[in-house]
Design a protein around this ligand. Structure first.
Ligand code: ADP
Length: 495
């Protein structure tokens, strides 16, 4: 059987996973790397440390099975999105650390464009919010703040890339400067309707087009590795941003299919097919992938605090010792006894969009105990997901009939059953958590001929437990109504 390698370069760690043709994991390795916080709100990575992590995990995977580079049939890349690197085309050295998607250092650049009244125009070209989260203001920040860099950029000596592009450049010994449509759609420089880098956007952010990578389909031949970094001669055939790769890995290849990843936060993506759906509720429109000449779009919504609320029960409150205990503790009670927890630690995202709000508990009585609090925290993850699920259906004017789930917190059965009851649709959990890495492997394998069609790819991922509604809608609607009131009160509260 052919072996397909996936490089999953995430925000806190880098993983290499080797798959076979039926989606089994043959070997995997993971390495965490340093997070730099040079100022409050800034987050940076060392681009060279990221390369080292790829090299190390690659070698670990090969050594586990005694394989050589030429045993790998093809390679796919998936990556933390939006994180920005600029490097010198001659030396290959980054001119500044990688500015991570979470970093807020370029906020003032976004404010400047907002004050010029460009927010709506930017949204109508990119499907995104004018926010420091996306790459454009990060690039502009480096050009404005690092001495000599603008001149270099203007004379064509600099290259920009998200992490996929940085890896591709290094894997190919500087021969290939490219990205895929899913990553390009997160830069705030790419017109997702015209499918090209947008001259007006480049002008507004004052970014020269010479630094931009070529945009290629997500499942296509990107280049071949050269010796020096990994082994020589491995064909690179797939690239996608992490959430889009997870959508593909979950087999959500048709319009109306949706997945939610329950990690630190939640990311829900719904495939809307060839139609870019505009949101009236603060969701974003993004490119899921482009394959075989066809662009597939997605609607995306995220929950800022999901699994991290459970970590807070452990680290902030000392209420539990391990996150996995929450299922057992919450099962000690039949419901949260009227307790609602709104974990607005950093404000509220879609569809509320309130950055001032802060977290709150409601409905506490003398009878409230630890199990109720833990249960309310788990339920808050499901309620926030429900908020997004509902507006996603409304925006797309499409019904989602199954929610495919993955991510660390999806292992919690109580949470998944509650989610299913709230949504009143089937919830299907991926059997393995590597859906993101699998997605990249599938994209690579599709173009390299391992799988014959998108349909064939969608059948590779293994389905795990399925949840079907146990409580009827009347009961869960009452609970959800209480959540709505709790959110409203949280927003209205002013300290
Ligand atoms: P990320 O990729 O964002 O780091 P993961 O997919 O690894 O996240 O999931 C980790 C998150 O899931 C943590 O925030 C953790 O609190 C939460 N989590 C893990 N297992 C459980 C569980 N059994 N119940 C509830 N939350 C859990």
């Amino acid at each position: 059987m052919k072996k397909i390698l996936s490089i999953d370069q995430g925000t806190t760690s880098t993983r290499c996973i080797l798959f076979d043709e039926i989606g089994n994991v043959l070997a995997s390795a993971q390495k965490e790397f340093t997070q730099y916080f040079p100022h409050p709100g800034w987050v940076e990575h060392d681009p060279d440390e990221i390369l080292e992590g790829v090299k190390e995990t690659y070698n670990l995977v090969l050594n586990q099975l005694g394989l050589k580079g030429n045993d790998i049939f093809t390679l796919g890349i998936t990556n933390q999105r939006e994180t920005t690197i600029l490097w010198d085309r001659n030396s290959g050295k980054a001119v500044y650390p990688a500015i991570v998607w979470q970093s807020r250092q370029s906020l003032s650049i976004c404010d400047r464009l907002q004050n010029l009244g460009l927010k709506e125009s930017i949204r109508s070209k990119t499907g995104l919010e004018l926010d420091a989260y996306f790459s454009a203001s990060k690039i502009a920040w480096i050009l404005e703040n690092i001495e000599g860099i603008r001149t270099k950029a203007e004379s064509g000596e600099l290259a920009f890339g998200t992490i996929d592009t940085w890896l591709l450049w290094n894997l190919t010994g500087g021969k290939v400067h490219a990205t895929d449509y899913s990553n390009a759609s997160r830069t705030l420089l790419f017109n997702i309707y015209d499918l090209c880098w947008d001259t007006e956007l480049l002008n507004w952010f004052n970014i020269p087009s010479s630094i931009l990578p070529e945009v290629k389909e997500s499942s296509t031949y990107f280049g071949t590795t050269v010796s020096g970094f990994l082994d020589e001669g491995i064909s690179i055939n797939g690239i996608a941003g992490d959430q889009q790769a997870a959508l593909f890995g979950q087999g959500c290849i048709h319009s109306t299919m949706a997945k939610n990843t329950y990690g630190t936060g939640c990311f829900m993506l719904m495939n809307t097919g060839g139609i870019p759906v505009n949101s009236n509720n603060g969701l974003i429109t993004t490119i899921a992938w482009k394959i075989g000449g066809k662009v597939c779009y997605a609607l995306e919504g995220s929950v800022f605090v999901a699994g991290s609320a459970i970590q807070w029960l452990r680290d902030g409150l000392g209420l539990i010792s391990h996150v996995s205990e929450t299922e057992g503790i919450a099962s000690q009670v039949i419901n949260s006894n009227g307790v609602y927890f709104v974990p607005a630690f950093v404000g509220l995202g879609a569809p509320h969009w309130n950055s001032e709000a802060r977290g709150a508990f409601f409905g506490l009585t003398r009878g409230t105990n630890r199990a109720h609090i833990v249960r309310a925290a788990l339920e808050s993850i499901a309620y926030q997901t429900t908020d997004i699920f509902k507006v996603m259906q409304e925006d797309a004017n499409m019904d989602i009939s199954i929610l495919f789930v993955d991510g660390g917190a999806s292992s919690n059965n109580l949470l998944m059953q509650f989610q299913c009851d709230l949504l009143q649709v089937e919830v299907i959990r991926a059997r393995y958590t590597e859906t993101t890495a699998l997605g990249a492997a599938l994209l690579a394998g599709l173009s390299a001929g391992v799988w014959s069609s998108i349909q064939a790819c969608s059948e590779v991922g293994k389905k795990g437990k399925s949840f079907i509604p146990e409580n009827d809608r009347i009961i869960t609607d009452v609970l959800y109504h209480g959540w709505k009131k709790a959110v409203e009160a949280t927003i209205n509260y002013k300290s």
